[in-house]
Design a protein around this ligand. Structure first.
Ligand code: SF4
Length: 427
């Protein structure tokens, strides 16, 4: 997705008179396209910014201004932090704000920081033909939808890339035809949930029935009737050039109706390769992840896919160490890996995020005035003057000495356990 985003941003800038250089030292503008999916990806950008700081200082000494921009998911997630902490960043643009880049750069030219992180309900960059930045020119990405409505509990995507929306089929077909004319041999259709594609731009298809989900799968949102679906798109795309391979990524396992599987099996130019992100082999963890299926439903889908598309290559994503995952849950994931025998697996350790502004070593309660009070967990006296030490439990009343305050929260240190009647007597 980020390679494709880079191509879109680059197409917009090229149209506005910007030229590309491979020599970092001569660049007047450096834009970093970022990812927030895992902590490591964000860390790479913070490190990169540290390196660019020195470059910017050198350019400033030579009176050659250098503008630095952060684009994509990290811009969306950490706008304030980036602008305030990293004074060297001049531009922050979220994934739906690339059309605004020329304006943001113009603002930055005047020496001010500029940001646009507005998420859109309909931006698909349908009319922007990306400039292919990947080498060779034999393969290309074609973005067909953006955003996600699934709200898996561990995932930042619905908040950084916004709601699900699909690009009109006509513009996708036009781009694929153009790529075919250029001699491209392999096109990958791209989307956060590529097989949830639903083009509602053609009015005659507005009343079509709701999509059929894979058996045993559910969604957190209501069924979305109407529109042209992924099977229709895949059919049309695969007819353009019988010598052009078609792939798609990244699909959600819930959206594999039989007509999609049948089409993949029938068309020689649609690659017999499916990515079926499982994330975990434990139903308990899948429920905590809000994935909308059980281990059994997932396995049933795998068997069905193998029946429909003999010889299909399967790949998957897994997260290890999700909150609350036990050794037994982990072993279920290992057994799923053994049972399915994927061709490729993408395995990641869960990246812990801030659960809230309060750390896990802190406790939280409310005072009589209903103001939130946060304090570190510690052993305390059972009651004022009492020698016995205890730990505060949910439901306990405690005396807290307030040491600081923000607009809505008090922070303090725990003094002792008390009762409601005794606390009423406290000053
Ligand atoms: S379906 Fe994928 S992109 Fe959407 S919330 Fe779940 S993990 Fe994130």
């Amino acid at each position: 997705m980020n390679v494709n985003d880079t191509e879109i941003a680059w197409a917009i800038l090229q149209k506005n008179g910007y030229a590309r250089t491979k020599d970092l030292g001569e660049a007047d503008v450096i834009l970093l396209v970022t990812c927030s999916v895992r902590e490591k990806a964000e860390q790479a950008i913070w490190n990169r910014l540290r390196h660019l700081k020195a470059l910017k200082a050198r350019r400033q000494q030579a009176r050659l201004p250098l503008r630095i921009g952060i684009l994509g998911c990290m811009a969306e997630r950490l706008k304030e932090e980036i602008l305030h902490k990293e004074k060297l960043v001049d531009i922050v643009a979220g994934p739906d704000a690339y059309r605004d880049l020329p304006r943001l750069l113009a603002v930055a030219e005047s020496g001010q920081q500029a940001a646009n992180v507005l998420l859109s309900l309909d931006e698909t960059y349908a009319d922007i033909l990306p400039v292919q930045t990947s080498t060779g020119g034999m393969t290309a990405f074609v973005s067909i939808m953006r955003g996600c409505d699934n709200m898996c509990s561990y995932c930042i995507v619905p908040f950084t890339r916004g709601r699900e929306r699909s690009r009109p089929i006509a513009s996708i077909l036009q781009e694929v035809r153009m790529l075919s004319d250029q001699g491209v041999k392999e096109v990958t259709l791209l989307g956060q949930n590529v097989n949830s594609f639903r083009d509602t731009s053609e009015v005659q298809f507005q009343s079509a029935a709701a999509p059929v989900l894979s058996r045993g799968f559910s969604t957190v949102y209501k069924a979305k009737p109407g529109g042209l679906r992924f099977a229709h798109l895949l059919d049309q795309v695969s007819r353009i050039d019988p010598e052009m391979r078609i792939r798609f990524t990244s699909p959600h396992p819930k959206d594999f109706p039989d007509e999609v599987l049948q089409l993949i099996q029938e068309r020689h130019n649609i690659c017999k390769q499916l990515h079926l992100p499982a994330q975990s082999g434990s139903t308990r963890v899948l429920e905590a992840m809000r994935r909308g299926y059980t281990r059994e439903a997932y396995l049933e889908l795998v068997h069905h896919v193998r029946e429909c598309i003999p010889g299909v290559s399967l790949s998957s994503d897994f997260i290890a160490g999700f909150c609350g995952e036990t050794e037994e849950d982990h072993q279920q994931t290992v057994s799923l890996l053994r049972e399915v025998r994927y061709n490729i697996g993408f395995l990641f350790a869960y990246s812990m995020r801030q659960p809230s502004k309060r750390s896990v070593s802190e406790l939280c309660g409310r005072n009589d005035g209903n103001i939130k009070v946060i304090f570190p967990d510690a052993e305390i006296e059972d009651a004022a003057g009492c020698k016995a030490l205890v730990r505060a439990q949910p439901g306990d009343y405690v005396v807290v000495k307030v040491t600081s305050a923000s607009s809505q929260t008090l922070r303090g240190v725990l003094l002792c356990r008390t009762t409601l009647s005794r606390s009423a007597a406290c000053p």
